[in-house]
Design a protein around this ligand. Structure first.
Ligand code: NOJ
Ligand code: CA
Length: 527
């Protein structure tokens, strides 16, 4: 924020940080993190050097899906705080040079939202805010669409004899984006928050808004990964409809009507990089899009570098890509990619922080926090508990380990955290802050380097020749050599590094100054 020249595209070359509010910091000893807890930790985030934070859902909700079931888009969940608390958080973040993004859930509401409550009456003016359909000719759901639970995406409403659509839990009815009043309602929601100083939104299920008007069956997709296949179906008709792009063009105009343009960051859950790039439109839709093919790529030099090359080739000129590897829905990357090996997690951070575009950390990534094994009796994630089909998402939602005290510095001594702590005695912020060689310090140095080299810019990217298993690239003035093998590699062979080595994820004493050690990375800068 200090540099007005970078204001218009402040996310270029920036670092964002996802705060899972319920697990960040509890200030009233109820065992749930809250907004005042985020405010209390702003000095830490400023020390880490992030440019902005994305808060997981903050709006009132019955919490069937921990805030992704919104019952009031213009309020703050009482368990998390008040509107005044949120205003204060935004103001205090601003004083430290950080912006605040909220989570917006436009694909569905809670079934407790007054719109859906009213829509239960077939004569209600709100009926068409949701997707209703008659049973199939022989009875049963109108088509073959599946919810994220693996069950039918339709629930029968006894009162009208029609089914309503829910791509997630039955308590999360999908909105009907063919209805113009839904568009008008969301325009007002956007303006309400932008007017309060919210810097942008992470947009939940961005690919999902419109559904096929004819409600055609989704085709089979037996082989695809979790992004391409929903329990064996490709979401060709239940999501991914072309009409959604017009919504983002509309919102982009609203976002850019502010002197400091607001940011639209899509949770674009698509498996195809062309489809991902299409969410940027002609630089008139979403400014940023989460890249799930990258997130789910194997942790190898070949796989990751291929996704990066294709992403950058597909994006319209001048658009920034997002590099992230953890969030509250998936296994944390130090577990998923790195099998708990901290050296590999440091390598991953070094790569994520040096790719051109926007780097997004999930809280805990900076200390290489791993997944926590949450016993079945303590699981709070209904989406998974309902089917038992996949692992609970709670493994990546546990409290932030601030220190090694019995409450991990997260809550009060007598409070019970809403999810169990992990190995906070082994890995916590306080211990790593005191150790200059820690992953936390490495991450902070990477963020500082990123800001110094890239702030407000899209750096160039060129992949360099390197031996198998090694990914070397030049970006701006930096040369990065990332060794994804178990053997040391000579820097001269990989990328031909010339210039001063600025940061390495291993220790030079161990690896030798002219080498990069096994599963480690080096950053050099040419003059
Ligand atoms: C994606 C969110 O990140 C996830 O937590 C949620 O369950 C679904 N969208 C539905 O809102
Ligand atoms: Ca609390």
């Amino acid at each position: 924020m200090s540099n007005p020249g970078t204001e218009a595209r402040w996310w270029h070359g920036a670092t964002l940080y996802q705060v899972y509010v319920r697990s960040f910091q509890d200030t009233n000893d109820d065992g749930y993190g809250d907004l005042n807890g985020v405010t209390a930790r702003l000095d830490y985030l400023a020390w880490l050097g992030v440019d902005g934070i994305w808060l997981s859902p903050t709006m009132p909700s019955p919490d069937q899906d921990w805030g992704y079931d919104v019952s009031d888009y213009l309020g703050v969940h009482p368990e998390l705080g008040t509107l005044a608390d949120l205003d204060r958080l935004i103001a205090e973040a601003g004083q430290r040079g950080m912006r605040v993004l909220l989570d917006l859930v436009p694909n569905h509401t809670s079934s407790a939202h007054p719109w859906f409550v009213a829509a239960g009456d077939p004569a209600s003016p709100y009926r068409d805010y949701y997707v209703w359909a008659d049973p199939a000719p022989g009875g049963g759901p109108p088509n073959n669409w599946l919810a994220a639970t693996g069950a039918a995406a339709w629930t029968l409403d006894q009162r009208s004899g029609q089914y309503y659509l829910h791509n997630f839990l039955p308590s999360q009815p999908d909105l009907n984006w063919w209805e113009p009043r839904v568009h008008e309602a969301f325009r007002e929601i956007l303006r309400f928050w932008f007017d309060r100083g919210v810097a942008g939104f992470r947009i939940d299920v961005a690919q999902g808004l419109y559904k096929d008007a004819e409600l055609r069956d989704d085709p089979p997709e037996p082989g695809g990964d979790v992004v391409r296949s929903r329990f064996g179906l490709a979401q060709v008709y239940s999501a991914n409809r072309p009409e959604s792009h017009a919504v983002f063009r509309d919102w982009r105009k609203i976002a850019e009507s502010y002197p400091s343009p607001r940011l639209l960051l899509g949770e674009t859950w698509v498996g195809d990089l062309h489809a991902l790039a299409a969410f940027h439109g002609h630089s008139d839709e979403l400014q940023l899009t989460f890249n799930f093919p990258f997130i789910f790529a194997p942790f190898t030099a070949a796989a990751l570098s291929a996704v990066v090359a294709e992403t950058l080739a597909d994006l319209p000129a001048g658009e920034a890509s997002v590099w992230t590897a953890s969030n509250h829905d998936i296994s944390r990357f130090p577990t998923r990619w790195c099998g708990g090996d901290e050296g590999r997690a440091r390598l991953a951070l070094l790569v994520l922080a040096t790719l051109p575009g926007t780097f997004v950390l999930y809280n805990g990534d900076e200390i290489a926090m791993t997944d926590v094994d949450v016993p079945a009796a303590l699981v709070r994630d209904l989406m998974r508990a309902q089917t038992g089909a996949r692992e609970s998402r709670d493994r990546s939602r546990t409290p932030m380990p601030w220190d090694d005290s019995p409450t991990a510095g997260f809550t009060g001594e007598r409070a019970r955290p809403w999810l169990p702590y992990g190995e906070h005695a082994v890995r916590n912020v306080a211990a790593q802050r005191a150790d200059p060689a820690s992953t936390l310090h490495l991450c902070r140095e990477l963020i500082a380097l990123r800001r110094a080299e890239f702030a407000g810019q899209l750096a160039s990217y060129t992949q360099l020749d390197a031996p198998a298993g090694v990914w070397a690239y030049r970006t701006g003035r930096l040369t990065v050599v990332a060794n994804f093998t178990g053997s040391p590699v000579s820097l001269a062979e990989a990328g031909g590094v010339a210039g001063e080595v600025l940061i390495r994820s291993d220790s030079a004493a161990g690896a030798g100054a002219d080498q990069v050690g096994p599963w480690a990375g080096v950053i050099a800068r040419s003059a």
